[in-house]
Ligand binder design. Structure first.
Ligand code: SF4
Length: 300
């Protein structure tokens, strides 16, 4: 699924990730072997088990998380400590935010890749969407309401993903929402980016489900949207993803980052070798903005 996000940022990036399938790790020269992705994987695993096995101790859950990523030595003991603290906190937070939306046991690290992928998209550009939902919480009734949760390690990471999604630059949760609605017959009314190491979550929710989300607020305010705007997020994500697929099928894999800074953050820049100065001059200004005006600053 993240491949579609690459395609939104640059068609050539999608080509390298999804068509040429150039692996990311072969070209990462700048990180330790045991990196934040391993820590994230361990945290996800410990959280999944903590919700499935409510009688397991924090020590047992942390050990399972460490084993999942094969950490050794000092890294293993630091990670074990971090996981123990995080699962204790998770259980407190679950108690404090308990309400009608409850974790769906089959929706913990719910994998719908390959033969379980879901066909979505408009009539003229159907495509199969695969991915893995960290967690889906739902109301008890058949075809009820649901929220899609994405675990991040830190508050800054959950903030960053929330802002990118809010501004329409991250398709992941809206596309997962469409897939889950197709697969399960639920109506998705919320997206949540939950920091694992601290008590913080960012939420965008449909205002018709306000009562469901009031109790889920942690340290940050909830972002409530009128139902048409919330539904439009899901429709727009599907249409944007279809456009990425349409371009790829037409053989369009131009080097064309959509905004400044995309190349600097691209795993494939060593393979692509872009002329960043020239490419950034080609980026059209956002609609309604004077081409000569200075670029806007960072995130709000
Ligand atoms: S380095 Fe830039 S131009 Fe090349 S694939 Fe990545 S985003 Fe696209």
């Amino acid at each position: 699924m993240s491949s579609l996000n690459h395609g939104v940022l640059c068609p050539h990036r999608f080509f390298l990730a999804k068509v040429a399938r150039v692996p990311q790790d072969d070209f990462r020269l700048d990180g330790p072997v045991f990196d934040t992705r391993d820590r994230g994987t361990a945290l996800h695993h410990a959280f999944e088990l903590a919700l499935k096995h409510r009688d397991w101790s924090p020590e047992k859950l942390a050990a399972a998380g460490v084993a999942k990523v094969g950490a050794q030595g000092i890294e293993a003991s630091l990670l074990r400590e971090e996981l123990e603290r995080s699962v204790v906190l998770l259980r407190e937070r679950e108690r404090d935010t308990a309400g009608e939306l409850k974790p769906w046991s089959q929706g913990l690290e719910f994998n719908f890749r390959d033969d379980k992928a879901v066909e979505i998209g408009p009539e003229d550009c159907r495509f199969r969407l695969g991915g893995e939902v960290d967690r889906l919480d739902r109301t008890a009734e058949e075809g009820g309401l649901a929220s899609i949760l994405d675990y991040k390690r830190s508050e800054s990471s959950s903030d960053s993903y929330f802002k990118r999604a809010r501004d329409g630059h991250d398709l992941q949760l809206p596309l997962y929402a469409r897939a889950m609605e197709e697969l399960l017959g639920v109506s998705v009314v919320g997206f949540e980016w939950v920091a694992g190491l601290t008590r913080s979550r960012r939420v965008i929710h449909d205002e018709r489900a306000t009562a469901l989300f009031e109790g889920r607020r942690e340290t940050r305010p909830l972002s409530t949207e009128p139902t048409p705007a919330f539904r439009a997020r899901i429709d727009t994500a599907e249409a944007t993803a279809a456009e990425v697929v349409r371009r790829a099928r037409a053989g369009d894999h131009a080097r064309a980052p959509v905004e400044k800074g995309v190349c600097a953050d691209c795993y494939w820049k060593d393979v692509c070798r872009p002329d960043v100065t020239w490419l950034e001059k080609q980026i059209p200004p956002p609609p309604g903005e004077d081409a000569a005006a200075p670029a806007a600053g960072g995130d709000a």
